[in-house]
Design a binder for this molecule. Structure first.
Ligand SMILES: Nc1ncnc2c1ncn2[C@@H]1O[C@H](COP(=O)(O)OP(=O)(O)O)[C@@H](O)[C@H]1O
Ligand SMILES: [Mg+2]
Length: 247
């Protein structure tokens, strides 16, 4: 297999099958546009398992994604898509950059969810963009943009339910989408790297523990995974084969 791309949290490989890729979850974590970096043994497997559970949960509720299957501890087989270079963020509670941008206190619950768009461009630092920016940059058509917004809000409703049953509050999350055969699929990953999850005591159960040095990342992600499979045992992968060392 050939490495197509190596990003901050995953590497993407081609397979012998046309239109199928493997994304391998790495043990590294980055924050603040990769200014802060560290390695965490076990993180890759936890995110692979959590993302696999979330994609299957969403598929059962009618959300199409690139997910195919989870062949081993670190790898996810996915459909190759043309990634839309927009990060779609949905928010239920004020946190992070929304607090900085608006002056609203972290923890304020929004009366209705909001959706934001960011330009997926590391060199620019993933800036927030408007519908007009998306049009002049040709990142997506107006129809596609409407679909992204609708899917993000639909996914939000499903994820709120999912995490509620785990005793966690869904604060916000980031999605990526791709095009294939004229369809739009949810892509990339949904994990504690890409969502903010707060427990009943207000503890951060996501990458904020690393961004803000609040707690041990692997312990935190392990707790999220344990709560997920306790609430949804039918989605637990159980024992998985060890990932091959080299792809
Ligand atoms: N189904 C897919 N087909 C092609 N590329 C994908 C797919 N799903 C995710 N990707 C891309 O693979 C990369 C995943 O690696 P990641 O470490 O998250 O990268 P980054 O550092 O750019 O965030 C991302 O660039 C993501 O857009
Ligand atoms: Mg990424």
């Amino acid at each position: 297999m050939q490495k197509l791309y190596e990003g901050k949290a995953k590497a993407v490989y081609t397979t012998s099958e046309e239109g199928v890729l493997v994304q391998r979850f790495k043990d590294s974590a980055t924050a603040f546009n990769a200014e802060k970096k560290a390695e965490f043994g076990g993180k890759g497997e936890l995110n692979n398992r959590i993302a696999g559970i979330v994609f299957r949960y969403l598929a059962d509720r009618g959300i199409p994604s690139h997910y195919i299957e989870t062949p081993n501890t670190r790898d996810m087989r996915i459909r190759a898509v043309e990634i839309i270079q927009i990060e779609v963020v949905a928010r239920n509670i004020v946190a992070g950059s929304l607090s900085k941008r608006t002056g609203l206190d972290e923890g304020v619950r929004l009366s209705a969810p909001i959706v934001e768009f960011y330009y997926k461009d590391d060199d620019l630092g993933d800036p927030m963009i408007t519908d007009d920016h998306i049009r002049i940059l040709n990142l997506a058509t107006e129809d596609e943009l409407a679909t992204l917004r609708r899917m993000a809000l639909e996914i939000n409703e499903h994820l709120i339910e999912l995490w509620k049953k785990c005793g966690l509050d869904l604060v916000d999350f980031k999605l990526e989408f791709g095009r294939v055969d004229g369809k739009i699929l949810l892509a990339d990953e949904i994990s504690p790297d890409t969502q903010r999850l707060w427990d009943a005591d207000g503890n951060r159960m996501d990458k904020d523990v690393f961004r803000r040095d609040l707690a041990d990342l692997v312990e935190t992600y392990s707790r999220v995974h344990a709560q997920l499979i306790a609430a949804y045992p039918e989605y637990d992968f159980g024992t998985l084969p060890e990932a091959p060392a080299e792809r």
